[in-house]
Design a protein around this ligand. Structure first.
Ligand code: ADP
Ligand code: MG
Length: 253
């Protein structure tokens, strides 16, 4: 069994529109990979299909966690199997505090009838918040309600730290991600980086990768992973732009 998040010749459609085309990549546990690509190329579609969003139909290919296909699993089962997805546009949940939201998510992973011990939960919560430099007041606020971009990201990273996933997919906004939000995400990922986590960081900008130095970079163009390489590939993209990739994609088609 290989400890990895593996995407094999994946094809994903929304309605009758084919978005992801024959894409493959493998993120071994312990590594951080980046997917870069222009707007509208299918990066978020890939993330949502992996999370099990019902509108995104996998027409062929496979996605596996540690050698086992996850495609037949429900969204919550994928999560309990160790997959975490941070959304590009996180949902607001008025009236539900961050602490209670995370507690419910953790309780859902316990066997029927078992409940988290509250003092132990808060001890862990405060430890993780200290590690991520998050203010204690934060946890009593409703999930994402009236949050700034940076606060939404902080909320997601805290959820990720508390759920302790084996694999995490972080889909970044392609615009409007200020330097504060960027730092929150990168500091969080760097703090959680280690042999027990495989992460796939999706971004439009090379800038994020100055803070999170990836082990590998995959370039997506028109729904296909057209090139994979070392971290220098991100710099090459930044200096040459995406036209260069368009040519490679054209030659490959
Ligand atoms: P990226 O994240 O790389 O900017 P997306 O995955 O958001 O790209 O979008 C890829 C393509 O899929 C775009 O052409 C977009 O218009 C289309 N698309 C995304 N979500 C939907 C949806 N819910 N319904 C219809 N088309 C969609
Ligand atoms: Mg996107």
């Amino acid at each position: 069994m290989s400890a990895s998040l593996e995407i094999k010749n994946l094809n994903v459609s929304i309605g009758d529109k084919r978005i992801i085309k024959d894409s493959s990549l493998t993120v071994p546990k312990g590594e951080v990979h980046a997917i870069m690509g222009p707007n509208g190329t299918g990066k978020s579609t890939l993330a949502k299909a992996l999370a099990g969003h019902p509108d995104y139909e996998v027409t062929s290919g496979d996605a596996l966690i540690d050698g086992e296909s996850i495609l037949e699993l429900e969204v919550d089962e994928r999560s309990r199997n160790g997959l975490f997805l941070a959304f590009q546009y996180p949902m607001e949940i008025p009236g539900v505090s961050i602490a209670n939201f995370i507690r419910a998510a953790k309780n859902a992973r316990l066997p029927d009838g078992e409940e988290l011990n509250a003092p132990a939960f808060y001890k862990e919560l405060y430890e993780k918040m200290d590690m991520l430099k998050i203010d204690r007041k934060f946890t009593s606020r409703s999930v994402n309600e009236g949050f700034s971009g940076g606060e939404k990201k902080r909320c997601e990273i805290l959820q990720m730290a508390m759920l302790d996933p084996n694999y995490a997919i972080l889909d970044e906004t392609d615009s409007g991600l200020d330097i504060d939000a960027l730092k929150v995400v990168s500091d969080g990922v760097n703090a959680l980086r280690g042999p027990g986590l495989g992460a796939l960081v999706i971004t439009h900008y090379q800038r994020l990768l100055e803070y999170i130095v990836p082990d590998r970079v995959h370039v997506m163009y028109d729904g296909r992973i057209v090139k994979s390489g070392e971290k220098e590939l991100a710099l090459e993209l930044e200096s040459k732009g995406y036209d260069w990739i368009k040519e490679i994609a054209g030659n490959a088609a």
